[in-house]
Design a binder for this molecule. Structure first.
Ligand SMILES: O=c1ccn([C@@H]2O[C@H](COP(=O)(O)O)[C@@H](O)[C@H]2O)c(=O)[nH]1
Length: 224
């Protein structure tokens, strides 16, 4: 079975992304390419990374009117990502159209509440203060819209899993106990995330900014 650890390669530098992916390849189940990589390297960069023969998680967090999101996903179809993200806050119709536009083999998952937000941030954008409530509400909406799963923090994944027992749960904001947290606010350890019901874990900087990314990925994988 492939590792449930996905490494987030957040860099605009294709050679650096390729070099880190080659070094950690034995310890990860896939690579996540996000906005930083995609805006710099586009489809060409994704095709280059696909040569490493690891599942590709294209984390573009699409969020727009349904027609625009569907057309964007149609344009991404040739890339055949294993996983693709949209923002669940885009609403039910947007998620339905996103799923319909995606290739059959692509899991489309809805981002619920970014792991960089806490209760205070939520209130400042007009939401209730409880991340659990918001995550469960958007998880139910994503399920009704026919998505494959959601992205949430390890703090809420148990509640989200309860709301959607067959769902696919992506958990970023994951930190080994001694790691720098940075801009993440709702953080758990890799083991806690898996025990709470994560399907896959996303870890970026604790691996990519380590002196030895291979050793860092291996150490995380050993705790899973
Ligand atoms: O709620 C979310 C959704 C996506 N992300 C992405 O995951 C990685 C995390 O990187 P770290 O360096 O491990 O913090 C990054 O690519 C985010 O865009 C997230 O963190 N939270």
């Amino acid at each position: 079975m492939r590792s449930r650890l996905f490494v987030a390669l957040d860099t605009p530098d294709l050679d650096r992304a390729r070099s880190i992916a080659e070094r950690v390849k034995a310890h990860v189940g896939g690579i996540k390419l996000g906005l930083e990589f995609f805006t710099a390297n586009g489809a060409h960069g994704v095709h280059e990374m696909a040569k490493l023969d690891l599942p590709i998680f294209l984390d573009l967090k699409l969020h727009d009117i349904p027609n625009t999101v569907a057309k964007a996903i149609q344009a991404l179809r040739p890339l055949e990502p294993a996983i693709l993200t949209v923002h669940a806050a885009g609403g039910r119709a947007m998620m339905e159209d996103a799923k319909a536009a995606a290739p059959a083999g692509t899991k489309v998952v809805g981002v619920t509440m970014l792991t960089s937000l806490d209760s205070q941030d939520m209130q400042s954008i007009g939401l209730g203060p409880d991340p659990h409530e918001q995550v469960v509400r958007l998880t139910q909406l994503a399920r009704e819209a026919g998505l494959d799963g959601v992205v949430c923090s390890g703090n809420e994944v148990k509640a989200a899993h309860k709301a959607w027992p067959q769902g696919f749960f992506v958990v970023p904001g994951v930190r080994p106990a001694d790691a720098h947290v940075g801009d993440q606010k709702r953080v758990v350890t890799p083991r806690q995330a898996l025990d709470a019901g994560a399907s896959i874990l996303v870890v970026g900087r604790p691996i990519t900014q380590a002196k030895d990314p291979d050793q860092a990925a291996r150490a995380i994988e050993a705790t899973l």
